[in-house]
Design a protein around this ligand. Structure first.
Ligand SMILES: Nc1ncnc2c1ncn2[C@@H]1O[C@H](COP(=O)(O)OP(=O)(O)OP(=O)(O)O)[C@@H](O)[C@H]1O
Length: 590
């Protein structure tokens, strides 16, 4: 959402906040009532003081009034502390809830939506922006919910004391309020710009820290540093603009205070001199001016805080609107373990209208190994993205286990699939965490079994902390091959019915590659395996190889068949293994 859109929708911001606050409305209401009672106890003070002054002036005993005033002060402090604590605590709880809502949305956001987002900006929304819930519950709610009623009450009391003094004072206050109305939108748009700039800074930090080794290797520290410095400068600029307008607003309030006091003092003294009002009335009126100024400053401050909190709330609301995947009920445990077939029938798909698959057709029979081959960018990984339903195909049909992929409950579909991504992502944490995050109930015996299958058992046995060894950010302390084998072990732990390996062997040495090929062969008896491999050496013994070219399957067959009959396959083979492969005359050219 743009700054302007945010600025245009203050009512929407309140609606958002009240939605978050709904479960805590009793607490918030109690906090407000305590704050109101505390304010009321203060308001009684000038009247009591007026009486006390009267008693003392008349030489009458004043102990009762003194005790009453002391009591009111104590009551005020206790009520004030109670409401402060309650509202603060509720603000902290609300912030937690908002962070939870965001976290839930972020882990379920649709992959096409996620492709266009910047993870760092999401971090800023869940940290800095989420704190706006606290501000709205604290400053803003008290500022508006308590101070405005107090201001109205004080004005009513003042009206009883002297209407002329009140009229003069209100004239000053109205001018101040009109001035604030000019400043408020500027605070709001500067706050929105600050929040956006913090989002960009966090995104840039995430980008740099996520690729620190590459940055060092390419000597790009200077360029990245400049980018981060510029992002920090953009935050400074936006924040300075916001704080400038906040200062203007605070000083308008301060000036109003001085002017109001001077006006009341001067006009009040004149009215006392002419005998229109008594000294007691002037003293009481002046005390009310003092009591009015605090709430007025707070109310104006609250309006200013509201402007910045609404920027945060708007960004949170925007994030909560990111398209999520459809309802994701955790599925019951999988009982059917039979291998699943996969069938693509004239499947069309493109990213943002850029066609990638243009009528792809192939079949992977249950319990077989099917390899996808083809040049870089041919759409091999995209096939996996469609089987996992990260993206929806546009035309044609995809059947998994004979059932249209769109008829599968999403969670059940994914439960049946083991997926090893191209970059074999490993999460920060221990080896055990990485294995069990998708299979929390797995026993040590099951872990040992999948580690053995992925040829990682000896490596883990040699680590000082074994399964409990930490692997660093994105598994940075592991080798590429170890990361891939860990990802394979993790996929196997789910006991999938369909295993998708995206270039899963590209980082392995010859010995481990051969060993893993045997493992894949062995598990393919009970699991359907589809493997994407650039290195054709890893898929030579696949049951079927599908050669992808410009979005279609140009040829399907075994290694021996394709080697002889398909020019593109033969070209790929010769470029990888060296030496031209024999191709029968008359086969289609690549
Ligand atoms: N998330 C995405 N958004 C937009 N375009 C994408 C996205 N992912 C891939 N592409 C594009 O789609 C095409 C196919 O990509 P894909 O990753 O499926 O190819 P591939 O055959 O697996 O390539 P490689 O063997 O190099 O991994 C490429 O041109 C790529 O640039």
């Amino acid at each position: 959402m743009t700054e302007q859109a945010a600025a245009a929708r203050p009512v929407a911001v309140w609606r958002i906040f009240l939605g978050w606050a709904r479960p805590y409305r009793a607490r918030l209401a109690l906090g407000l009532v305590l704050a109101l009672l505390s304010a009321a106890s203060v308001l009684a003070l000038p009247l009591a003081t007026q009486r006390l002054v009267g008693q003392v002036a008349a030489g009458d005993p004043a102990l009762g009034w003194m005790l009453l005033i002391g009591g009111l002060v104590v009551v005020n402090v206790v009520l004030n502390a109670g409401s402060w604590f309650l509202l603060d605590r509720t603000g902290v709880i609300l912030t937690r809830d908002v962070r939870r809502l965001l976290a839930s949305r972020f882990v379920r956001v649709g992959i096409p939506e996620f492709d266009r987002l910047r993870p760092g900006d999401l971090l800023a929304r869940a940290t800095a922006d989420a704190a706006s819930a606290d501000d709205l519950a604290g400053y803003v709610l008290v500022g508006l919910g308590v101070h405005i009623p107090v201001i109205i009450t004080v004005i009513v009391f003042m009206a009883f004391l002297d209407l002329v003094l009140l009229g003069l004072m209100l004239a000053v206050v109205v001018v101040a309020f009109l001035a604030f109305r000019l400043v408020a939108p500027r605070i709001r748009s500067a706050s929105m710009a600050t929040a956006e700039a913090v989002g960009t800074l966090t995104a840039d930090l995430e980008r740099a820290l996520g690729a620190l080794r590459t940055i060092r290797a390419f000597g790009a520290e200077g360029a990245e540093e400049a980018r981060l410095h510029a992002a920090a400068e953009a935050v400074r600029r936006a924040r300075t603009r916001a704080s400038l307008w906040e200062v203007v607003s605070a000083n308008v309030t301060g000036l109003t205070y001085q002017l109001a006091l001077l006006t009341v003092l001067t006009a009040g003294a004149a009215r006392v001199a002419t005998g229109t009002i008594g000294v007691g009335v002037l003293v009481a009126f002046l005390l009310y001016v003092f009591y009015l100024i605090g709430p007025m400053q707070n109310a104006i401050q609250a309006l200013a805080s509201y402007q910045s909190a609404s920027a945060g709330a708007t960004r949170i609301a925007e994030a909560l609107d990111y398209a999520a995947e459809p309802g994701y009920e955790p599925p019951p445990p999988q009982t059917d373990r039979s291998p699943l077939s996969v069938q693509f029938d004239f499947v069309h798909f493109g990213y943002a209208a850029r066609p990638v698959l243009r009528g792809l057709t192939f079949t992977a029979a249950p319990g077989t190994v099917t390899a996808l081959a083809g040049a870089s960018g041919a759409g091999k990984s995209t096939v996996f993205g469609l089987i996992e339903r990260f993206y929806e195909h546009e035309d044609g049909r995809i059947l998994v286990g004979g059932r249209d992929i769109r008829d599968w409950p999403l969670a059940r579909l994914r439960q049946a699939i083991g997926y090893v991504e191209q970059d074999a992502p490993v999460l920060a944490g221990t080896i055990r965490d990485n294995l069990t995050f998708a299979a929390p109930g797995a026993t040590d015996a099951e872990l040992a079994e999948v580690l053995r299958m992925a040829r990682l058992d000896q490596f883990v046995a040699g680590l000082p902390d074994g399964l409990d060894t930490t692997v660093g950010h994105r598994g940075g302390t592991l080798s590429g091959g170890e990361r891939q084998r860990l990802a394979i072990a993790r996929a196997l732990l789910r006991r999938p019915r369909l295993l998708l390996l995206d270039e899963a062997t590209s980082h392995l040495d010859a010995v481990n590659e051969a060993a893993l090929r045997d493992t894949v062969r062995a598990i393919a008896r009970s699991v359907t395996v589809i493997v994407v491999a650039h290195r054709l050496s890893t898929v030579m013994d696949a049951d079927r190889i599908v050669v992808l070219d410009r979005g279609v399957a140009r040829a399907v067959g075994t290694h021996d068949e394709l080697r002889r009959s398909d020019r593109l396959y033969a070209d790929l083979l010769s470029s990888q293994l060296g030496g031209a492969a024999p191709v029968a005359p008359g086969v289609p050219a690549s």
